[in-house]
Design a protein around this ligand. Structure first.
Ligand SMILES: [Zn+2]
Length: 311
């Protein structure tokens, strides 16, 4: 008997998937966890705030994760760039053995800070180039359009970084920003970007280039009162490389599998469509070709085994 036509939570949970839109900062209180551990003499296996934060992100339901970190949120309060990146990187390296998650870092610039600050942060990253997969742009999009960071992203490209940018949901000028990000910045994927539906010609560009959109349905429902299920499912069904992600899971109360289940329920996704979302997550990832192929094969095996055991 084939896999269920309506995806069950059990099926979704076990399905191998990558998380491409997850922020390490801003949602948790690792300082408190560390202080309590120290006060009580408990060894929790992490000694820095950065390491504690990273462990929260290693959801064992995920196989591969490319996580955002905002160094400026730390350097602005006096923490050296090196401490931030080495703390996170150490935790990411341990994630594989401890949690079975292959974890990587994306350096995000805070767009409400200046382009000069972003440029300085980028240059500070150069000695740690091998620890950082790519660069992104997050925080408040209003009055901080992609053009503001065009030079910084051009330099990041020169340095060999992959590029992504947030194009948040329902911003003033969302569609113009998405156009800039595609045509002028030349990103490798777009974070959120769901408002591309406003321009069918642009949807076609995204589809043809095979650009990943890292959509976050549960986060959307908090930020805009609307999961944007119709838009996200519509993009998926028109062949756009849509992926589902959790954004700030501790804050929004949903990890990556919860986002799959929420969208499946809201948009009546078939099991086949849910499997396509999982495939997209690896296709849109910045894995090397052989690793990507291995994960895709894992999905095939999972679906085949599920088919075999389904009754
Ligand atoms: Zn985000």
């Amino acid at each position: 008997m084939p896999a269920p036509t309506t995806p069950t939570r059990d099926f979704v949970t076990g399905l191998p998937k990558a998380e491409l839109h997850l922020h390490l900062e801003g949602t948790l209180e690792p300082d408190l966890k560390l202080r309590l551990a120290q006060r009580n003499g408990i060894d929790i296996g992490q000694s820095t705030v950065e390491e504690v934060r990273a462990t929260y992100a290693f959801d064992s339901l995920t196989k591969h994760v490319e996580m955002f970190f905002d160094p400026q949120a730390h350097t602005s309060r006096g923490v050296p760039f090196e401490a931030v990146v080495t703390g996170y990187h150490r935790a990411a390296a341990e994630a594989s053995s401890k949690h079975g998650v292959d974890a990587h870092l994306i350096l995000c610039f805070l767009r409400d800070l200046s382009a000069e600050s972003a440029a300085e942060t980028l240059e500070a990253s150069v000695p740690f180039r091998d620890k950082i997969l790519g660069v992104g742009l997050d925080s408040d999009e209003r009055d901080n359009p992609p053009q503001k960071f065009a030079d910084v992203f051009a330099r990041a490209r020169e340095l060999g970084y992959r590029l992504t940018m947030h194009c948040d949901i329902d911003q003033v000028g969302s569609i113009d920003n998405i156009r800039t990000v595609l045509d002028e910045i030349g990103v490798d994927r777009v974070d959120h970007g769901t408002n591309v539906v406003e321009d069918p010609a642009l949807v076609e560009v995204v589809r043809e280039r095979g650009l990943g959109l890292t959509c976050c349905p549960i986060s959307n429902s908090f930020v805009t009162d609307d999961m944007k299920a119709t838009e996200i499912a519509g993009l998926l069904r028109s062949g756009v490389r849509v992926t589902l992600n959790s954004d700030d899971p501790a804050y929004f109360g949903g990890y990556v599998a919860d986002n799959y289940v929420a969208l499946a329920e809201a948009a009546d996704l078939t099991t086949e469509e849910v499997v396509q979302l999982a495939r997209n997550s690896f296709e849109a990832s910045w894995l090397g070709d052989s690793q990507r192929a291995a994960y895709l094969a894992e999905i095939d095996r999972y679906v085949a085994a599920y088919d075999a055991t389904a009754v």
